[in-house]
Design a protein around this ligand. Sequence first.
Ligand SMILES: NC(=O)c1ccc[n+]([C@@H]2O[C@H](COP(=O)([O-])OP(=O)(O)OC[C@H]3O[C@@H](n4cnc5c(N)ncnc54)[C@H](OP(=O)(O)O)[C@@H]3O)[C@@H](O)[C@H]2O)c1
Length: 157
Amino acid sequence: MIKSSKIIIVAMTEQFLIGAAGEIPWQIPEELRLFRDLTSAHTLIMGRHTFASIGRPLPDRRTIVVSRHLSKTPGIEICPNLPSAVQLAENYGEKIFFAGGVGIYRDALPLADLMSISWVKGAYTGDTYFPAFDLSQWQVISDRDYGSFRHVLYRRC
Ligand SMILES: NC(=O)c1ccc[n+]([C@@H]2O[C@H](COP(=O)([O-])OP(=O)(O)OC[C@H]3O[C@@H](n4cnc5c(N)ncnc54)[C@H](OP(=O)(O)O)[C@@H]3O)[C@@H](O)[C@H]2O)c1
């Protein structure tokens, strides 16, 4: 079997802020379109709260929710931990996107080959932060300014 690419995908501020009261702290339609374009036809792995905030399986993508408490839900697959979610996702042979929140990012950091970060500009408040990590271990592959955010793709050094 060909090994699937494993990609962390996140939008965050310079302070690593990713969430506020269960939601995304900003509304940036262009960033959402970029998320859609990058992840369509691939597999998303996300935590239970992130799935609840989206409220439905996103179209044109496979969704695996990591949860020990969620009951069977149409349109998604549920795994009790990240390793079992990755094992399931590997069967599909598509790119695997780790789509948050904190526990998913924390456990995915040692596994990911790539990181897709939208660095959101501006001052926002919130309560949920991407886990601390060493950015010097990641090499920039592409960097594009979209105005309200800058999208940088990193590969593990
Ligand atoms: N800016 C962004 O790119 C971005 C991306 C994603 C999310 N967010 C924001 O982040 C917030 C939600 O994130 P969150 O960290 O609070 O919640 P979350 O990770 O989405 O969900 C937490 C729940 O998911 C399960 N879970 C997550 N990681 C796990 C792991 N490694 N192993 C086992 N179970 C795991 C557990 O469910 P059970 O209790 O059922 O076992 C846990 O209680 C929201 O504000 C959301 O909008 C932002």
